[in-house]
Ligand binder design. Structure first.
Ligand SMILES: Cc1ncc(COP(=O)(O)O)c(C=O)c1O
Length: 425
């Protein structure tokens, strides 16, 4: 690896370490080619846009996508839906979370993890994260009340949550586990693919995820009853397909995936392992290059519960203060390296609970008071309620690891990070 001699930071007028800024990170989106085009054309030509019927008989793309997705996870069932949020809502209905039921979720996750709970009338209970950037099992257990129904680990930035400890708590305390895998597609824990470990797993296929259908989602489960409940909810009242006795049918909404995204998803699913392998290889090279100088400067790295299961799409390091983390991110951006600090009090980012204002203030759509009207005890939220999470996130600088990075991109990134860490030492 060649180390550049120009040690003047780009932010101070030096030459940027990377010749071009990382483009938007969307591996699946970048990969779209004739294969997805053909898949969409096939759907259009068959005039079969709706999964459950069309002018031509034959198997629907959504059916095939679900089967392939379930098989790739090693799960018994998968259900294709319209978004990751829809997957969470259907998954929550699947495990029977309803009005007043509490669900414990981490302080660091996209706000939809919490609003999905609210959408079914449940109460989000926010717990600390630790240096894994995922749910701290000790705080999660501390937050259990007699009204807790489920724990929602969220596999952030491609890496698994502490699933062994979380499953142990759930088993001991009689709770359900719903995995939010929106950012963890392709990753695993203990050799098991994320989304197949808890009672139910929920995926997003939105454009910035590792594989995409533009918008879309998937629910996965090994439990026939959970699948049936999720199916009923996603399809009004199981109008299509499920042959149920009248008294067994529950009402639902409509979160059905249509055929064109399903056709794209089938092609994209075939690309997933390639992206994971490429991201892992690049992350390994980046870490090998950065770690030696980082250690000398007191910079530490994200504690990944099962490094072998990391999908590799992000590299997070911790500096010793929020001010240093901000300075590092700004200097890295000037080097054309896409990096960001995970929490800044003055920059609204709804990946951090402190910015979930409509939740923290219990804002409601109607005068009735939102889901908290069903709360079985006093629930209090405050921006400072998870101080450890804010400290960790405020010191965390994260780099995207794009599977499309070339070896030169990787080498230049190592140069840039080393240069910035040296200057901040
Ligand atoms: C952790 C997490 N959960 C849930 C979602 C919601 O997924 P969608 O945007 O597809 O509704 C996202 C999307 O970014 C996410 O990152």
């Amino acid at each position: 690896m060649t180390v550049k001699t120009d040690s003047l930071l780009a932010i101070n007028g030096g030459t940027p370490a990377r010749s071009r800024m990382d483009p938007y990170m969307a591996p699946g989106g970048k990969a779209l080619d004739e294969a997805e085009e053909q898949a969409v054309l096939d759907v259009l030509r068959a005039k079969r846009l709706f999964r459950f019927s069309g002018p031509e008989e034959g198997e629907s793309k959504a059916d095939r996508f679900e089967r392939a997705f379930a098989k790739s996870l090693g799960a018994a069932h998968a259900l294709a839906v319209t978004s990751g949020t829809a997957a969470l809502i259907c998954g929550l209905q699947g495990i029977g979370v309803g009005p007043g039921d509490e669900v414990i979720l981490p302080a660091y996750t996209w706000m939809a993890s919490a609003t999905a709970v609210m959408a079914v009338g449940g109460i989000p209970v926010i717990a600390e994260i630790d240096e894994s950037l995922t749910l701290d099992p000790v705080d999660a257990e501390r937050k259990i009340s007699p009204h807790t129904k489920a724990i929602m680990p969220v596999h952030m930035r491609g890496a698994p949550a502490r699933m062994d400890a979380i499953l142990d708590i759930a088993q001991r305390r009689g709770l359900r586990v719903i995995e939010d895998c929106a950012q963890g597609n392709g990753a695993s824990f203990g050799g098991r693919r994320l989304g197949s470990i808890g009672d139910v797993g929920c995926f997003s296929l939105q454009f910035s995820k590792i594989i995409t259908t533009g918008e879309g989602g998937m629910v996965a489960t090994n439990d026939q009853d959970i699948w049936q409940r999720a199916f009923m909810f996603h399809d009004v009242a199981a109008f299509h397909r499920l042959q149920l006795e009248d008294e067994a049918v529950l009402w639902g909404a409509n979160f059905r995936m249509s055929e064109m995204p399903a056709a794209i998803g089938l092609v994209q699913l075939g690309r997933l392992q390639g992206f994971v392998d490429a991201a892992r290889a690049r992350k390994e090279m980046l870490l090998a290059g950065i770690q030696p100088s980082a250690a000398d400067r007191g910079v530490t790295f994200r504690d990944i519960p099962d490094p072998a299961g990391d999908s590799g799409i992000a590299l997070a390091m911790f500096l010793d203060s929020p001010a240093k983390a901000r300075a590092a991110a700004e200097a890295l951006n000037a080097e054309n390296i896409a990096a960001g600090v995970l929490y800044q009090p003055d920059r609204r980012d709804i990946h951090v609970y402190a910015h979930w204002l409509p939740v923290l203030t219990k804002r409601s759509w109607t005068e009735g008071g939102g889901p908290w009207r069903w709360a079985k005890r006093d629930i209090c939220y405050a921006p400072e309620m998870c101080p450890r999470s804010l400290d960790i996130l405020g010191r965390a600088v994260v780099l995207n690891v794009d599977p499309y990075m070339s070896n030169t991109d990787v080498e230049e990134t190592v140069d840039g990070v080393t240069k910035v860490l040296d200057a901040l030492a």
